[in-house]
Design a protein around this ligand. Structure first.
Ligand code: ZN
Length: 268
C-alpha cells in the first residue's frame, strides 16, 4: 500500500526560496514574493561592513517578517566556517543567531552556508549550536525532500533555466510520489547586476496561485516534514496516530486524509 506525505490542505508539492546576503535589492525581491503569495527564507550576516558581511540597511520586519518570510543564519562574518577552529565557528554562529533573534524574539535555527562550503565536522558543530537545517549551493535539478537537512541541496539557482524547471514541477508526470519540493536560491543583487528582474518576475507569475502548491519558508518545510516523520502507523497501515502538535495530511492510494494533532485516524 502506497502511503505518501501531502502538505497542508492536502497540497501535493511545495515551493520555497532562499536568498542570501540581504543587500538592498532584497527589498524589491521580497516585494515580488509577497505580492505573489510566495515565501522565502532570507539568510544574512550580522556584522556591519562591505558586501558579504552586511546587516540589512532596511527594516527587517517590514520587508521580511511581516509578510511571512523567514530570516536565517549566514554566519556573523560570512566566513569559511569549514576552515575555522571550533571556538571561532561557535562565536560566528551564536553571535549571528543572537542578532537575528533580537529582531524575531523567537528562535532562529535555519542557515545557509556562507560560500556553500561545509564538512562533516562543521555539520556536527552546527547541530550542537541548534541549527536544524543548512542550505548548500549544489543544485540537484530534482524535487526531493533532503535526507540530511544539514546538507539541503536546492533544486536550482535562479540562473539555471527556472522557467523549464517550474514547468516540470507544476505539470510533469515525473512527480511519481507526492511530497516533492522545488527549491530556488540566489542573491537578489544578481538581478540588478547580471540576470535581470524578468527572470524572477516571470517565475513568480508562473508559480503563483496554484491549488496543488504549498508556498512555504525553509523552516516551515522542515517543521512539517518532522511532523510527518513522527506519524505512527499500525502494522496493517489501517490506522495512523499523529503525536505531533500540528495537523498532517497524507495520501494512501488515491485517497487523501487529514490527521489532526493528537488523533488516531482510520485510513484503510
Ligand atoms: Zn553569502
Amino acid at each position: 500500500m502506497m502511503i505518501y506525505p501531502l502538505f497542508p490542505e492536502g497540497r501535493d508539492r511545495a515551493l520555497t526560496f532562499s536568498y542570501d546576503d540581504a543587500l538592498d535589492a532584497d527589498v524589491r525581491l521580497a516585494g515580488i514574493f509577497s505580492s505573489h503569495g510566495l515565501k522565502c527564507t532570507f539568510n544574512f550576516c550580522s556584522d556591519d561592513g562591505p558586501h558579504d558581511g552586511t546587516f540589512p540597511s532596511f527594516d527587517v520586519n517590514e520587508v521580511y517578517l511581516n509578510h511571512g518570510h523567514e530570516i536565517a543564519v549566514h554566519g556573523s562574518e560570512h566566513a569559511f566556517e569549514d576552515r575555522m577552529p571550533a571556538e571561532a565557528v561557535i562565536a560566528d554562529v551564536l553571535e549571528n543567531r543572537r542578532k537575528l533573534e533580537s529582531i524575531t524574539h523567537a528562535p532562529v535555527k535555519g542557515m545557509a552556508y556562507p560560500y556553500g562550503t561545509f564538512t562533516p565536522e562543521l555539520k556536527q558543530r552546527l547541530r550542537d549550536l541548534g541549527i536544524l537545517y543548512s542550505r548548500t549551493v549544489n543544485s540537484t535539478h530534482q524535487f526531493n525532500m533532503p535526507s540530511d537537512f544539514l546538507e539541503w541541496n536546492p533544486t536550482a539557482h535562479h540562473r539555471e533555466n527556472i522557467a523549464e524547471i517550474g514547468e516540470r514541477f507544476l505539470n510533469n508526470s515525473e512527480l511519481r510520489a507526492p511530497g516533492t519540493v522545488c527549491y530556488i536560491w540566489g542573491h537578489s543583487f544578481e538581478f540588478d547586476r547580471t540576470d535581470g528582474w524578468d527572470v524572477i518576475e516571470r517565475f513568480a507569475d508562473q508559480m503563483a496561485g496554484k491549488d496543488c502548491v504549498w508556498y512555504a519558508t525553509n523552516m516551515e518545510i522542515y517543521d512539517y516534514n518532522q511532523a510527518f516523520r513522527s506519524l505512527r502507523f499500525t502494522a496493517d497501515c489501517c490506522y495512523v496516530q499523529n503525536p505531533s502538535g500540528r495537523t498532517v495530511w497524507i495520501k494512501r492510494g488515491r485517497e487523501a486524509f487529514e490527521i489532526p494533532s493528537g488523533d488516531v485516524v482510520r485510513i484503510g
